[in-house]
Design a protein. Structure first.
Lengths: 482, 482
């Protein structure tokens, strides 16, 4: 099943060969391609959903159905980005003899596709972060060819999704070579080292992502590597919130950390509660009410089993809910530790644990809470559960929370990640290897664009985005004015 | 003179300590700081210019005077970027129960400073790419602390510029720790590895930049490394241009590749002329008319001497102008090679040579020219010298030229790099280690910004950029609309 070297070379040659036609494609054309791909995937849902359920153990409804809807919505939203046109960053500076630093030539800048992009699919979202997921959608929107390394957790689904996507793109007018799926670790690594690949994107674990990042940056020609790795996603609960709606917070937390078997990169791994919160029974009950869940695959089950055992071994830890493992199903594990002990404990307590487990950290004072927050590893999200009346109490925490994460939430749970213009899914390492970027939301397209300036060019040789008459009617900055 | 470990630790601690005050600073305040810094540097020109001339052998006027004017203009232009406000990328998505993928929470996104930034100064532009240069200006504008590793080529100037810049910033209200200069390779490498440093920028040679890039990405927490390294900057001359104004092109070329002693990263290293161009004598004469130039320092002189010797050794090469080295001064070296031989020759002919030397490559056909262009190493610029009547002939070359460089020029020379909104100074590796960014122009600020999203936050806890009333009157995208 793995892609052999002959086939891989053919795929990479085809991707490189698509460059001239892609460079000529207009954003409007690419919006059509993405729309056609979304329609084709929606039309194939009755085939794809059972395949996904079989390979991932995730429930077909509402989970996988919702995820496929998210995926095709995402493709169409990037179509809107293309129609909008601001993503090109078109900027026109006319020649200016009086420019203060000395006469300025006519110079115009816009983005071009970075080139063939290698996307490593994730295992935990077989649609939204896999073959036709956000990395693929944003790279295709940018005008890049995509070589998709399938995740081994859902090979059949990957092959079928890839066929449907590829056929739809090409029937809509995209060039041959625009998209292909490859299989196998070796093919992925070989492709990552290939000079025809200009960028790579990845969603997955810290060790896996870091290994690939290391390969990408060690190439004779290093390339941008957009890795979305791990995150502990701390949640801070104020005494006010405990008092006003402690039970609701406790239940929401358990719901969030067990969602999808706790296999979300935004799973809340740490809940900071004030000492004496009195929610132990509620937490225990809520955790006890969650049925056993089958994890994505045996490797993840085995890893989770070991991680939980190691967490429970820590002497500082109290067990609130002892997860049980029966017939490959896991009920939630919930531990508790005092903040002062947490800081002294093994760093396993501060690391991401993939699966239905989480840790309550009890703090004795706002000062102690801030101290712990400052020492946490950064990640994708940081959440505050508080009352409106707590605003002055929360304000001093915000610099530390902002330093910690790419997305801050107020009275919500981090496991929901909407796809929109303002979304930010990223953060300081190890949330991502590229902290100035996002892997979800419309700004994800920026990762696959490279700016180019044209100086003194005749209008007939300028790309349409920069021609004097602005034939695409783009939003442009001209001579400094928006 | 080198910064010792105690002093370095003090500098890094001060930089980290400035974070809370910097996070509170408004763009308007930072614009004031930059303006004050520019004024202070302008006021010190009579002290700084002779110091620069003494340490770099570059002429005080017009060269260094112009460069200082460029540098202070650049600081003020980033002030305009701050006043404009678009750099924050403020985006507001209100809650939307009917969002097609499922109900959307209120989510708002804007950029925050990436954090303490280490800037490695260049040797060839002692003002514009050094202590108060573009990397420093754009990082300070973004709200980042800057630790500046001085270039060993102009230590006294670096120290004085640093004092003036730092004093002006702090007197204008910037926090202690916002800026410091450090000296010595060891201090630079130690700082690059320090967890308090969040990003780094560099302008210099490929080997030096790559070594630092390798350190930055090998850290336990890798950081963005914005390295502007090397470039051969090809120039293509059409038969039409040779016919219409060959002598002018030949003279312009010699002027450009010898400007500043050929020590510009945008020096045209390859001039593609049609075979039988008949410009040999003009080129020889133009090169012969350039007086001997003292290079920046002995290390560069020695390196240039060796490179030229190696270039001249290549059997495929004809010498048009044999540069002479006397008393550490160099007259220009100009070589010629046929395109067919160029492709087979040692890769030294295709690599950047820092100093007053360049190579004419003669092509026998448009097809051969395109073939060579496709095999060149990418860089910062690619230039076309052509007539308006050549447009249809040049069009097929543009995809290859665009793949080659971050800036394309028409009937101009690459050595002038204006600072403006549309400027792009970057390109595929080895032009830069970060091909989606620019190191010159207003977009350079983007390198030092990290996006953060706030989900469901009460207005009172949102940054002003995202508050519902838009108190800073920023350009914002709201619910998808610009």
């Amino acid at each position: 099943m793995d892609t052999d070297t002959t086939e891989l070379d053919r795929v990479l040659a085809a991707a490189a060969g698509a460059a001239p036609k892609l460079a000529e494609s207009t954003p409007a054309q690419r919006a059509e391609w993405l729309g056609a791909a979304a329609d084709a995937l929606d039309a194939a849902s009755s085939e794809l959903l059972p395949l996904a359920a079989k390979e991932t153990h995730l429930p077909e409804a509402p989970r996988l159905k919702g995820e496929l809807a998210r995926t095709t919505f995402q493709l169409r939203l990037f179509g809107e980005v293309l129609t909008d046109g601001a993503f090109l960053g078109a900027t026109v500076d006319h020649a200016d003899a009086d420019w203060p630093m000395g006469p300025r030539p006519d110079i115009r800048r816009a983005a071009v596709p970075i080139g063939p992009t290698l996307v490593f699919a994730a295992g935990n979202f077989p649609f939204a972060f896999s073959v036709a997921g956000g990395d693929t959608a944003s790279a295709l929107a940018a005008g890049c060819q995509v070589v998709l390394k399938a995740h081994p957790g859902h090979p059949e689904l990957s092959a079928r999704t890839g066929e449907i996507l590829r056929t739809a793109l090409i029937e809509a007018g995209a060039p041959e070579g625009i998209f292909a799926v490859i299989f196998g670790v070796e093919a992925g690594v070989t492709a990552l080292k290939d000079p025809r690949i200009a960028a790579a994107a990845f969603t997955g674990s810290v060790p896996g992502g870091r290994a690939l990042f290391d390969i990408a940056v060690a190439r004779p020609t290093p390339i941008p590597f957009y890795g979305e790795l791990g995150s502990v996603n701390p949640v801070v609960v104020t005494p006010g919130a405990v008092k006003a709606r402690g039970a609701e917070v406790a239940k929401g937390y358990v719901g969030s950390f067990t969602l999808g078997g706790g296999q979300f990169c935004t799973k809340p791994g740490l809940l900071f509660l004030p000492e004496g919160h009195g929610l132990e029974d509620t937490l225990r009950e809520a955790a006890g009410g969650v049925a056993g869940q089958t994890l994505l695959n045996e490797r993840i089950s085995a890893g989770f089993g070991k991680s939980v055992a190691k967490l429970r071994e820590q002497p500082e830890v109290t067990v609130l809910a002892a997860g049980e493992a029966t017939a490959e199903q896991f009920t939630p594990t919930l531990l508790s530790v005092r903040a002062a002990d947490f800081l002294k404990a093994d760093e396993v307590l501060r690391s991401e644990c993939f699966g239905p487990a989480s840790i309550v950290v009890t703090y004795s004072s706002q000062e102690e809470l801030l101290d712990v927050l400052k020492q946490l590893e950064p990640g994708l999200t940081a959440t505050v559960q508080a009352e409106e009346s707590d605003i002055d109490e929360v304000r001093p925490l915000l610099p530390a929370l902002t330093a910690l994460a790419g997305r801050l939430l107020w009275n919500d749970w981090p496991t929901g990640v909407t796809v929109s213009w303002a979304q930010q899914h990223g953060g300081p390492y190890p949330a991502t290897t590229a902290p100035t970027t996002t892997s979800v939301g419309t700004a994800a397209i920026e990762r696959f664009l490279r700016p180019v300036a044209w100086q003194g060019f005749p209008d007939a040789l300028l790309p349409p985005a920069l021609q004097e008459g602005n034939p695409w009617n783009l939003p442009r900055r001209t001579d400094g004015d928006r």
